[in-house]
Ligand binder design. Sequence first.
Ligand code: BTN
Length: 245
Amino acid sequence: MIESAPIHWFEQVDSTSEELKRRARRGALEPVWIAARQQITGRGRLGRNWVSPEGNLFVSLLCTLPEGVSVATRVPFATGLAVRDACISVLPGTDFRLKWPNDVRVDGAKLAGILVESGQTESTFWVIIGIGVNVQVAPDNTGQASTSLVDLGAPPETSPDEVLLALRMALARRLRQAETGFDGVLRDWSMSAEGLGQMVEAGPANARQKGRFEGVSEDGGMILRLPDGQTRIIRAGDVDLIGDV
Ligand code: BTN
């Protein structure tokens, strides 16, 4: 059970997700959270760094998925919703938006990032869900604008610990929702999504394509309607909103 999985806090670690990978490689696959006050080499999506100063939340959860890949493709969406739920509990009334695949943003500024990695042993499929939330500081992580909960109006003493407590409950709830099917997760995600129905440029750096963001496929890809009417499913890379052209 995710709610009751222990949380191990580190003062400093290379990366909370790397720490869990080491455990997974040793065969320690029971659910556990690793949180750190600081990360030395925090990792972001697409090989980027995740700047990890004290005051922000850096946490990863290891859990096994008996249903395997089918549920794993829902995990990034369920996690984005859970981080949003937790942020709403800290700052009710704020319009937290989810940017495909799983950034949490407010007014176009990034507040949280999620990195989901998976692997398997002979009998067990596991995921490591890495989450970084800017609680007190808004570092420049990706070249895009960033913000923090404190910048958005949370009390200056808001701690990573209290955000983690809210996140722990929220993620347990959202992962249960994901286990029952993709429909509910996708409905909630779509209601909080940024850019759905709008013109975007999306895909890996060497194969960016412009089109209308029409929805999300069963396996979590972005459905892009190209100017010539064809559809493409985008499964990797970033998305930028480009407005109507
Ligand atoms: C992104 O690029 O948006 C994803 C950022 C994920 C950062 C978190 S912080 C906790 C965990 N440990 C890491 O090294 N990365 C993830």
